[in-house]
Design a protein around this ligand. Structure first.
Ligand SMILES: Cc1ncc(COP(=O)(O)O)c(C=O)c1O
Length: 430
């Protein structure tokens, strides 16, 4: 390969036009979503349970989503965070319990555990950038109630191994598929390995209505409990009537309902999801193939490339200084998105995805100012250290890895530019 002067050293950059923004579902929004939204607004019935001319969009979306994932029941809610709260409530999480969460995560996960009065316990990740089953095993105590496996940055974690471990230990498994909607492992969709799988339809996700969330389960009791918690506190029978005579289903609600307008848009996006994922996969695996020529660059370990939704590319370098140099040089070559996009970052700049950046967790903050949930009598002795150092493999991977979003609308020229920039930078700096 001919070495060219790097843009960071005054050479000509590979490209000057920013790459498209991430937001996989947004790039595929067109007249179909507009028509769905208009149809719904014309019906003047935006609430899921009754209306002037109820369209039952939420109910139809739930059925279609359950079918797409391969689950018996689906519940649409207002956000992925609402889905986490509803799922953990359905699973009976509360004070005196520990819930294992990964070091690489999103703040909403740990917030849902804390808001319910339980104690989050961090487990380390491995080169899949998701839970390391061996480390999870080490973090289990008599107080552990369950495990949250998060399929981070588009690719599934080792759900079969974590499922086996959870079953053996009598723990629940909640899969967070917010960043991996449509992902699978050897043909089995993420969200179906655990007791419950949650999803987000927020704008950064593989399909979107701007905001929104959902959960899936095969367990009728869990579905009804989640339903109760997301609504008024009461489950509904098959005729839609509230159930008042089952103490397990007469709970406390949070008002996390999905509205008809978003469900109408999501029904369209769900149909487009396979195409959105196909586009990202094609781009990502073309880039990964080109990077195989550089053995010093480690590519994220993927369980099953066919099931990788591919919205992010993660590359890992021998040390933190090299990762920083490569990232800066790639950015100078034009491998950046518009300013409001995620672009191309060393993972230490990936904000509230890293456990040690979640200040309220590290400092054991509480909403009531009285130390909830850390100081509850039930949680005595369960407090943990969440500062940097708690998960050494994650700490090292974050410092040495670069994360690049793979938009769902890259042209062949965009892909060529990314590959060329990598080739130029890596052949000079490594
Ligand atoms: C892994 C993960 N879980 C949960 C959520 C929460 O979803 P929402 O933003 O829809 O509340 C997100 C959203 O970014 C996420 O990335």
């Amino acid at each position: 390969m001919i070495k060219q002067k790097l843009a960071i050293e005054g050479g000509k950059p590979v490209r000057t036009k920013p790459l498209p923004l991430e937001f996989p579902g947004v790039h595929h929004m067109d007249k179909l979503e507009i028509q769905a939204g208009l149809r719904l607004l014309k019906s003047r019935s935006p609430f899921r349970f009754y209306g002037v001319k109820l369209q039952n969009e939420v109910e139809k979306f739930e059925k279609e989503f359950a079918r797409a994932v391969g689950s018996k029941y689906a519940l649409a809610v207002g956000s992925g965070t609402g889905a986490l709260h509803s799922a953990l409530s359905a699973l009976g999480v509360g004070p005196g319990q520990e819930v294992i969460v990964p070091a690489y995560q999103w703040i909403s996960v740990v917030a849902a555990v804390v808001n319910l009065g339980a104690i989050p316990v961090l487990a380390d990740i491995d080169d899949t950038f998701t839970l390391d089953p061996a480390d999870v095993q080490k973090r289990i105590t008599p107080k552990t109630r369950g495990i949250v496996l998060i399929h981070m940055s588009g690719a599934p974690g080792d759900a079969p191994a974590i499922q086996k471990l959870a079953r053996k230990q009598g723990l629940f498994l909640l899969e967070d598929c917010a960043q991996c909607n449509g992902g699978s492992i050897r043909g089995k969709k993420v969200g179906t390995f655990g007791d419950i799988g949650i999803f987000s339809y927020q704008m950064n996700k593989n399909m979107t209505a701007g905001e929104g969330g959902g959960l899936v389960t095969n367990d009728l009791r869990l579905y009804r409990r989640a339903f109760a918690c997301h609504d008024l506190g009461y489950a509904r029978d098959d005729n839609g009537r509230l159930i008042y005579d089952d103490p397990d289903l007469c709970l406390w609600g949070r008002g996390y309902r999905m509205d008809e307008l978003r469900a109408a848009v999501l029904r369209v996006q769900l149909k487009k999801l396979p195409r959105i994922i196909r586009n990202m996969q094609r781009s990502k695996y073309r880039i990964r193939k080109a990077l195989a020529a550089f053995p010093q660059v480690k590519l994220r370990r993927i369980q099953d490339p066919k099931g990788d939704t591919s919205c992010f590319l993660i590359t890992t370098y021998p040390d933190a200084a090299t990762a920083q140099r490569v990232c800066r040089a790639l950015r100078a070559e034009g491998i950046v998105t518009f300013p409001q996009g995620v672009s191309n970052v060393v993972m230490t700049d990936w904000g509230l995805h890293l456990y040690y950046n979640i200040v309220s967790l590290v400092n054991h903050n509480s909403i009531d100012g009285q130390g909830f949930p850390w100081k509850l009598a039930e949680n005595a002795g369960l407090e943990r250290n969440y500062a940097k150092g708690a998960c050494p493999t994650a700490d090292s991977l974050f410092e040495r890895s670069i994360l690049i979003p793979i938009p769902s609308c890259l042209t062949k020229k965009d892909e060529d530019d990314i590959i060329l920039a990598f080739q130029k930078v890596l052949s000079t700096l490594l």
